[in-house]
Design a protein around this ligand. Structure first.
Ligand SMILES: CC(=O)SCCNC(=O)CCNC(=O)[C@H](O)C(C)(C)COP(=O)(O)OP(=O)(O)OC[C@H]1O[C@@H](n2cnc3c(N)ncnc32)[C@H](O)[C@@H]1OP(=O)(O)O
Ligand SMILES: CC(=O)C(=O)O
Length: 534
């Protein structure tokens, strides 16, 4: 099987997204109604088959969601409303949860029922027969009302482990009552792939029909367990974008989808949609207010980032030497990092990306590599600040003069009637001219940034396009207390691209100024700015 070619796709596995229901059960996540509707459109454009929108009776937001989602014209997905089987003491036609599910007017309804005897006996306090009739009657009633029914067998694998006959009886009841899908749930996320495989195969053999898997990630096996279930016969996989969900989360569809499509040969979505996976992960991460982990497989910024010299040496020749798929297939890209782990190959590749001429065997290579390693040892870190290293490389290779120099700066801090203030004074020199300015800021670094750009705008008005996106300070050695060296990392943008620069010093203001100075210099150098007077 060629994993790198986006091979021929065959049998379909249906992706069932529960970002808006189980994903919203994760600590610190609360989608607004508008967020939920935007996520629906995004999932639909990916070609997700089923989107679980929420539990209609659970809260006003979810109730309103089902009214509003009908206004969206969906191309691929169908919406599912989620809830439980009827309560033990209610007749199904008078059960409020079931009524809410029908009221949601979705084509698909998903209900969860109990498969683990422990839950039936100790949580609900019911007999086996009462549990079976709740399952049968609810599925049957929803079918009579024209719904496609997905039956989530909650705790199926724990139940199967405890009492296989009991667990099988519950899913058989759902199947016989007409459930379209029986979804086996690893609700506590504690099962291992071999147990998932055995139990799924047993249901396929003894109960039959269309099967699905809903795996939680408490043992960090939700994706592996989902794939194991597919190999054992499941054809519907539940999960969430970025793996969010109750406790440690659900199976991450962002990993499930490419594994199924690119490695196991199933059709899950069109290749063009797969190539939008990274964008979609970033979109949901933004709305979840959770940064996308850099090391998230497939879509993380580091998923195809090469740091070690040995790796870079190889991927320059054959990228699959250290890449399990082509990054473009999921919308990601290869990156080469600079650090103390680099070899000459990292520098040659970076130089190529910067448009600099630096070939294997160039005499500058050993000097630049030694400089990189010494500077990292002194506290610099170029991984997130390769614009600073690019300047260093350009100065070494092209011997360019800087666009400007700083003659001096001074910071004054004080307190006004109400609030504190910071004032920075800077004198910059461009050729034989100098400019002396002062500016205020809400802190010393902000004042310095304002003063520097104010002084430079006399010579280079375009510096007003630069904005500071991020500013991070890291103390490098704790033992010297407030006299410790600090590293300042600055991320800047001109609205089109971003770049990172670094400064290191015992003085946080000086370290900040070095990082800011590099940021402006890098912008002028790479944006085609004309040198003043040219
Ligand atoms: C495995 C899963 O993740 S299932 C999804 C779980 N999601 C959520 O719980 C989020 C939304 N939930 C809610 O808003 C609320 O819990 C509600 C509205 C559903 C219920 O709220 P309340 O009526 O106050 O009940 P509470 O949450 O305290 O207890 C859960 C109820 O569900 C019942 N229940 C649990 N599982 C089932 C089931 N499979 N079938 C029928 N009833 C069930 C319990 O018996 C209990 O009802 P009881 O107090 O009458 O015995
Ligand atoms: C249904 C569900 O969310 C679970 O069993 O985990």
């Amino acid at each position: 099987m060629d994993r790198h070619s986006g091979k021929e796709l065959s049998e379909r596995v249906f992706l069932y997204d529960t970002t808006l229901r189980d994903g919203a059960q994760m600590e610190d996540i609360s989608f607004t109604l508008e967020d939920k509707l935007r996520i629906v459109s995004r999932l639909d454009s990916l070609g997700i088959s089923l989107i679980e929108g929420g539990w209609p009776g659970a809260n006003p937001k979810d109730r309103e969601f089902f009214a509003r989602v009908r206004e969206i014209e969906l191309k691929h997905a169908r919406i599912a409303a989620f809830g439980s089987t009827r309560k033990a003491g209610n007749s199904v036609s008078r059960d409020p949860v079931v009524a809410d599910l029908l009221e949601a007017r979705t084509p698909v309804v998903t209900i969860f029922g109990k498969s683990w005897h422990l839950h039936v006996r100790d949580i609900l306090g019911l007999s086996r027969e009462q549990n079976l009739s709740m399952i049968r009657e609810t599925v049957d009633y929803l079918k009579q009302n024209g719904r496609e029914v997905v039956y989530d067998a909650e705790h199926f694998f724990d139940g199967f482990d405890d009492d296989p006959d009991f667990a099988l009886e519950t899913v058989r009841a759902a199947r016989e009552a007409g459930a379209d899908w029986i979804v086996l749930c690893d609700t506590n996320g504690g099962s291992l792939p071999d147990a998932i495989s055995l139990a799924t195969a047993r249901v396929a053999k003894d109960v039959g029909g269309a099967l699905g898997i809903h795996a939680h990630n408490d043992s960090e096996l939700a994706v592996a367990n989902s794939l194991a279930a597919v190999l054992a016969g499941a054809r519907q996989v539940h999960g969430t974008i970025n793996g969010i969900g109750e406790r440690c989360g659900n199976a991450n569809l962002v990993s499930v989808a490419p594994n199924l499509a690119l490695k196991m040969g199933f059709f899950v979505m069109e290749p063009a949609a797969l190539a939008r996976l990274r964008d979609s992960a970033a979109f949901v991460s933004e709305l979840s207010n959770r940064a996308l982990p850099k090391n998230m497989p497939f879509v993380g910024e580091s998923a195809f980032a090469h740091k070690a010299g040995v790796h870079v040496h190889a991927v320059r020749k054959v990228s699959r030497a250290y890449e399990h798929i082509r990054p473009e297939l999921v919308g990601n890209r290869q990156r080469i990092l600079l650090s103390e782990q680099s070899g000459r190959s990292n520098l040659v590749e970076k130089a190529r990306q910067y448009g600099l001429s630096l070939e294997d065997g160039d005499s500058h290579l050993s000097t630049l590599l030694a400089r990189l390693k010494e500077m990292e040892y002194a506290g610099y870190q170029f991984e997130g600040a390769d614009a600073s290293f690019e300047l260093l490389m350009r100065q070494a290779l092209e011997r360019t003069d800087p666009f400007f120099r700083i003659d001096f700066f001074r910071i004054a801090m004080g307190r006004g009637e109400k609030d504190g203030y910071a004032e920075a004074t800077v004198q910059v020199r461009v050729g034989s001219q100098s400019e002396h300015t002062a500016a205020l800021g809400n802190g010393p670094v902000n004042a310095l940034d304002n003063a520097l750009r104010k002084a430079l705008s006399t010579f280079y008005p375009e510096v007003r396009h630069i904005s500071l996106l991020d500013y991070k300070v890291r103390v490098l050695s704790g033992s010297a207390g407030t006299a410790s060296r600090v590293r300042v990392l600055v991320e800047s943008s001109d609205g089109r691209r971003k770049w990172g620069t670094v400064g290191v010093s015992e003085n946080v203001i000086e370290a900040s100024l070095d990082a800011l100075k590099d940021s402006v210099e890098h912008y002028l150098l790479t944006s085609g700015a004309l040198r003043h007077g040219e």
